[in-house]
Design a protein around this ligand. Structure first.
Ligand code: ATP
Ligand code: MG
Length: 741
């Protein structure tokens, strides 16, 4: 028992041992909220106040639930039976136990967002509704929002416009359909379990008698339905312990409601409030930077976080020329710290705002043989949208690729559903040809086996592929951009805020293609290299690896060394937040990111970045500028000619948040070096990436700095930013470049 209180400060002990019925712990990052929650569980049980059986603990992720279980297992090895999980997993458990009362069959299935979309698409088709006019994703979001507000389809107000009318009709049908097939989506899990408790007083009573305490982590990110669920379950019998930090509320775009932190105190007037102000995670400098940044938010309760650990190292800032230079810096730094300072890979994390940023980092990690895992997400080439565009390209390259055809034939929906595809498959089998050949022959045949709608759909698909292949473009990447748009993939993802990161990944895909613009046969080389770029597998769970993750999924975690990359306006804060007034949420996200770091924090930004498929000059993130200069150490200050040039470019393009400049590109003729060539001298001094940042002099264009490279040896081409402002690609071995010290 003593050990439960041994490593806690005075306020933490107060929270852990509080005898208040309800308790809210409101405290900043790294102040021990999660530790308090776990230890309070252990305290209640060890004191005999309740048993493990009487405790329900709710976490934000499954990983957090596992960690909490492990810690409690160590503290109380003999006390089993506690319910620990996310809102979704606990709801699932309740529905599985009481499936009859919840009106579900005993083999009901959970479906993910993709399954949900599939059903909606099918319904639109059955009703012959144009899914371009009535976007399936928008309808899915209508359904989910209504479920989160506990509004069932039989309880909808009169529709105020035709779109709402369609959404309502689909919602009604969707509910019937899911019920018939025993399918439950994520929002349904919560709503159904809420209704189960609400409509079955005896079941509610059972759980109110069973659970004496409910403990909730990351309370600031609960949504309206979760709050109602808690309130109903607690009634006037159970006790609540909720811990949270209003400064870390980062999911309002997904319905999280930070006001719940106020609400709990009004709804449960006897709710005690304890604040924790000592941070145990980070060094003084890191904490000061985080405090300074979050102080710029107006809408906050306000806290005073302090630490008695030493100031530690200054925060390192790295100004990169571009995203390749940035990734090289990060990975070389990690390697150096592992080799020279005894760090292990597990101690590092790389945080980014947008999923799409992972591609260049992954590529470099693979080249340098640094093991990594992407936490809470997939590797770039494993993401569905990337697999989809790759399937289009594969099919254009080789029409006989049946697997790719199957993947994209009706993506986005274009009226070629399962019934029609079955006919195509049958025809292909019968004639012993590929699906493509079968489609072409069915589309051009005069026999009446197909109705005209089906035939038109096939003709359009054939025409679409031909159009994609034949479209005019100045380069391979521009051609791919055309395929992304003509196929309808981009529009499909870009129209939904939740899916926006998929559209960003497609834009990043265009950047990946740019590296092949000089190839003689770029499509073929790119397709084979895309496989190489994706590497084998991620590092094994439990082994030593660098963790890569988005800022959103970093909540609650901590790492000795954190690299926060892409500190640029438009990227972070994300341009969407600049446009729709959610800057304070972006700043909270920055606060979350910075406070993940324990010992050392690196922040980096690029002068130029391929962003949304274009080369852009982004301004340094306002968040970085909110950190006082005395907390900062510059890892690299760019040479004067660059700074000068950069400033001039800002002055000439001073409109909006971004600074775009057309490059004067010379035609590229040489063969791009393959991954394998890099790999062989990945670490050597001759690695071409090492040239980035070197000062050079050209006989005609004068002094400049290398900002990018391609190829190696005789084939080495360098991109040089000259003091005149011009940027040129130059073949190093022919240009008579002089390397300046
Ligand atoms: P976040 O807001 O990021 O979720 P948190 O408030 O939940 O953070 P914890 O993760 O519980 O904070 O604690 C942060 C770190 O400080 C952990 O490594 C934890 O073990 C350590 N810690 C917490 N309290 C103490 C203490 N009293 N003495 C020593 N270390 C502590
Ligand atoms: Mg925590």
């Amino acid at each position: 028992m003593e050990s439960i209180l041994k490593f806690l400060n005075e306020d933490q002990v107060k929270a852990v041992t509080s005898d208040a019925n309800h308790l809210l712990v409101l405290a900043g990052a790294g102040s021990g909220k999660t530790r308090v929650l776990v230890n309070r569980c252990a305290w209640l049980i060890s004191q005999g106040i309740c048993t493990a059986y009487n405790v329900l603990a709710l976490t934000f992720t499954n990983k957090a639930a596992r960690e909490m279980k492990d810690r409690l297992d160590t503290m109380l090895p003999n006390d089993k039976g506690m319910w620990i999980g996310t809102f979704h997993s606990i709801s699932h458990r309740l529905l599985s136990i009481h499936n009859k009362e919840a009106d579900l069959s005993d083999n009901f299935q959970i479906m993910d967002a993709e399954d949900q979309l599939g059903i909606i698409k099918r319904m639109l088709k059955e009703r012959a509704i144009d899914d371009k006019k009535y976007e399936p994703r928008a309808i899915a979001s209508f359904i989910n929002k209504h479920k989160e507000n506990s509004i069932r389809s039989n309880n909808l107000p009169v529709a105020s416009n035709p779109f709402e009318q369609i959404c309502q009709e689909i919602y009604i049908d969707y509910e019937k359909n899911c019920q018939k097939s025993s399918l439950v989506d994520f929002a349904e899990l919560l709503l159904r379990s809420y209704e189960l408790l609400k409509n079955n007083p005896e079941i509610l009573n059972t759980y109110q008698s069973r659970f004496h305490h409910i403990l909730i982590d990351e309370f600031q990110d609960t949504n309206t339905l979760q709050y109602k669920w808690i309130k109903l379950l607690v009634g006037d019998r159970m006790d609540i312990t909720a811990v949270g930090d209003d400064d870390q509320s980062i999911y309002s775009w997904r319905g999280a409601c930070v006001e719940n932190m106020q609400k709990i105190r009004t709804d449960f007037p006897e709710c005690a409030l304890i604040r924790l102000e000592q941070n145990y995670r980070s060094t003084g400098h890191i904490l000061s930077a985080a405090n300074k940044i979050i102080n710029n938010n107006v809408e906050r309760v306000g806290k005073n976080l302090w630490t008695d650990s030493s100031n530690g190292e200054l925060i390192s800032i790295f100004e990169a020329f571009n995203e390749h230079d940035e990734a090289t810096f990060v990975i070389e730094k990690i390697r150096a710290m592992v080799l020279e300072q005894g760090y292990s890979y597990n101690e590092f994390s790389i945080l980014y705002r947008s999923n799409a940023q992972s591609r260049v980092l992954e590529k470099l990690l693979l080249r340098y043989d640094v093991p990594y895992r992407i936490f809470g997400g997939q590797r770039f080439y494993d993401r569905a949208e990337i697999k989809n565009i790759l399937a289009y390209l594969r099919l254009i390259f080789n029409r006989n690729d049946d697997t790719s055809l199957e993947r994209v034939i009706n993506l986005p929906t274009r009226g070629i559903g399962e019934a029609l595809m079955n006919k195509v498959r049958e025809q292909a089998r019968y004639s012993g040809v590929t699906l493509w050949r079968a489609i072409v022959s069915m589309a051009s045949s005069d026999n009446n086996a197909l109705n005209s709608r089906a035939k038109n759909a096939l003709v359009s698909f054939v025409n679409l592929l031909e159009k994609c292949e034949m479209q005019e473009a100045d380069s391979f990447s521009q051609w791919v951009e055309g395929v992304i748009h003509n196929s309808g993939l981009y529009k499909m993802y870009n129209e939904n805020k939740i899916e926006i990161s998929r559209a960003e990944n497609l834009e990043e895909f265009i950047n990946a293609c740019k590296e092949y613009d000089n190839e003689e046969n770029p499509l073929s080389v790119f397709l084979s290299n895309a496989l190489l770029d994706s590497g084998d597998a991620q590092a094994e769970q439990g082994s030593d690896y660098v963790t890569m993750l988005t800022l959103h999924s970093s909540k609650g975690l901590e790492f000795p060394v954190v690299f926060l990359v892409g500190m640029e306006e438009g990227l972070f804060p994300h341009e969407m937040s600049i446009n729709d007034n959610s800057l304070e949420e972006e700043r909270r996200l920055c606060y979350v990111g910075i406070t993940r770091a324990m010992k050392k924090l690196f922040l980096s930004y690029c002068q130029t970045r391929n962003f949304h498929g274009k080369e852009r000059y982004n301004m340094v993130s306002r968040f970085l500028q909110e950190i006082p200069s005395e907390l900062i150490h510059s890892e690299r200050i760019l040479p004067k000619i660059n700074n000068q040039w950069f400033k001039e470019s800002i002055q000439t393009h001073n409109s909006g948040n971004f600074y775009e400049k057309e490059y004067i590109e010379e035609p590229r003729k040489i063969t791009i070096t393959k991954n394998s060539d890099y790999k062989s001298d990945a670490l050597g001094e001759n690695h071409p990436m090492k040239s980035i940042g070197k000062k050079v002099k050209h006989p005609t264009f004068g002094k400049g700095i290398i900002v990018n490279t391609e190829g190696s040896g005789q084939h080495l081409r360098v991109q040089v930013k000259f003091s005149s402002g011009q940027i040129k690609w130059i073949i190093a071995s022919f240009a008579g470049l002089e390397y300046l010290s």
